[in-house]
Design a protein around this ligand. Structure first.
Ligand SMILES: [Zn+2]
Length: 481
């Protein structure tokens, strides 16, 4: 079984083979840390986590770099407007450094809550300033840059394949250039590699632009462009050519197009062999926007009684390349599904190792894990994987406890946790010996037709979070939710 992925570069789904046998070098664009992340932002991070898990499950050693953009991302992607961090600083009455620290930490906390595998390298843009300046120098030496009033720009006309990745119509861009288009730019698609601090201003975050990089040969304060950050950090840690670069589809026409142009112009090598893009998530069928107040955070979900794992299950219910729609109804469906799966996971505590006879078939089948993995290897088809798991679990539940193969069930649960990260095993502990004793007493009471006692014991257990369900083949306990 090989892994196949939809490659934006090839515009088709293709077999994945890394450059170096068994090893994957991967970069995914991280957050700009000026605010809390919304359910829309987290959508992509959960999907990237599934990609990493799928590659690892297949046996690849994955080295992943993710940036934290803590400087240089302007309100408009077209290199104008305020720096999001400096804007956040004014809003919160803090410095840009404090804002980056605060929301950066909140992001890392969120990653842990969602059970996301922490990338090998999480790099802050402010910690890679020399590498970014070096990249500007290389591009300047090769003749790709020019300086205008507000910064050093990349001349996209000098990179002939600039429009290819996103299928851009550059002529139409020129014709339709908006009035606020920076008239000093040679082409509307040119982008800032490095910006200068406007004269008379003092930014919280700024660094000296080395004298050899400016036309006047004088040092002056400046800061990196957002696109430059990703290229510099990716190439510093992973080399000139990556196996996989991931991000949201909104990044295709500008951010990723610019990353490709500046990286390949500098190195003369292909920047990334596979480009994987996740679609957007809408809320109640509309775009997430501040004015609508629909940018729910993990904290908002917690206040409404939903856990990060409920949200994770919600994300997995959709395919990463399809537009998602977040509603509380969908989230509730995910929460119920997760609760159900946990109760199936709890069956492993209620069956024994050697209670299946050889004449009768036991469940789940030994092929189950392989079928789940296959769905993931097929361009991360999480909705299909979930359906397959539902079927496997239905089959398990339709059998009596003594037909359940404990080892096979545990293996399936391990596979689910490995590829989907739902933490089924660790979230489903066995009940205590005292609780088991109460279940036994209740069974005796029922056998003696002492219904009052049986009900009392059932209530006592329910108070402790244990529900007892009577089936044809005996009592089964579940977690009350
Ligand atoms: Zn990026």
């Amino acid at each position: 079984m090989t892994v196949s992925l939809h490659n934006t570069l090839a515009k088709t789904t293709e077999k994945f083979t890394p450059l170096e046998d068994g090893k994957v070098r991967m970069y995914t664009c991280g957050p700009t840390v000026y605010n809390y992340l919304t359910v829309g932002n987290w959508f992509g991070y959960v999907m990237w986590d599934v990609l990493v898990r799928t590659l690892r499950t297949h046996g690849y050693e994955v080295t992943r770099v993710m940036n934290i953009t803590d400087v240089g991302h302007l309100v408009s992607d077209a290199d104008d407007g305020e720096d999001k961090l400096e804007k956040g600083a004014k809003r919160d009455g803090k410095t840009a450094w404090e804002v980056a620290e605060f929301y950066g930490n909140d992001f890392l906390e969120g990653m842990k809550k969602l059970g996301l595998i922490i990338p090998e390298h999480i790099t802050k843009a402010t910690e890679y300033i020399p590498q970014q300046l070096e990249l500007v120098r290389t591009l300047k030496d090769k003749g790709y840059t020019y300086q205008i009033d507000d910064g050093i720009y990349f001349d996209t006309a000098k990179f002939p394949t600039y429009a290819d990745f996103a299928g851009l119509d550059l002529e139409a861009q020129k014709a339709g250039a908006r009035v606020e288009f920076n008239a000093e730019k040679r082409n509307p698609s040119d982008f800032a590699l490095w910006k200068f601090t406007p004269a008379g201003e003092k930014r919280d975050m700024e660094w000296p632009t080395p004298a050899d990089l400016t036309d006047e040969g004088l040092e002056r304060p400046g800061f990196p462009g957002w696109h430059l950050e990703c290229s510099a950090m990716a190439m510093t840690l992973l080399g000139d050519t990556l196996d996989i670069h991931g991000g949201g589809i909104d990044h295709i026409p500008v951010h990723h197009t610019n990353e490709i142009a500046q990286s390949e112009a500098a190195s003369g090598q292909q920047f990334s062999r596979y480009w994987i893009h996740n679609n957007h998530l809408k809320v109640d069928g509309t775009k997430i926007s501040k004015s609508l107040g629909n940018g729910y955070t993990l904290q908002d979900l917690a206040e409404r009684g939903y856990t990060p794992m409920d949200y994770r299950m919600f994300v997995l219910q959709g395919h990463y390349r399809n537009e998602g729609n977040f509603t509380f109804e969908n989230l509730t469906a995910a929460k119920n599904r997760l609760a159900h799966w946990r109760n199936v996971a709890a069956l492993r505590h209620q069956t024994h190792d050697s209670n299946t006879s050889e004449t009768e078939q036991s469940v789940p089948s030994l092929a189950a894990s392989g079928i789940i993995k296959e769905a993931l290897y097929d361009d991360l088809d999480t909705p299909r994987a979930l359906q397959i798991i539902d079927e496997i679990f239905r089959e398990v539940e339709s059998h009596s406890l003594n037909r359940i193969d404990r080892h096979a069930l545990i293996e399936v649960l391990h596979t689910i946790d490995d590829v989907l990260g739902l933490q089924l095993l660790e979230s489903t502990p066995d009940i205590t010996d005292e609780q088991k004793q109460l279940i036994l007493e209740r069974r005796r009471a029922r056998e003696a037709k002492d219904w009052a006692k049986s009900d009392r014991l059932r209530d006592e257990l329910a108070e402790q979070g244990v529900a007892v369900r009577d089936t044809a083949s005996g009592s089964i306990w579940e977690y009350t939710s």
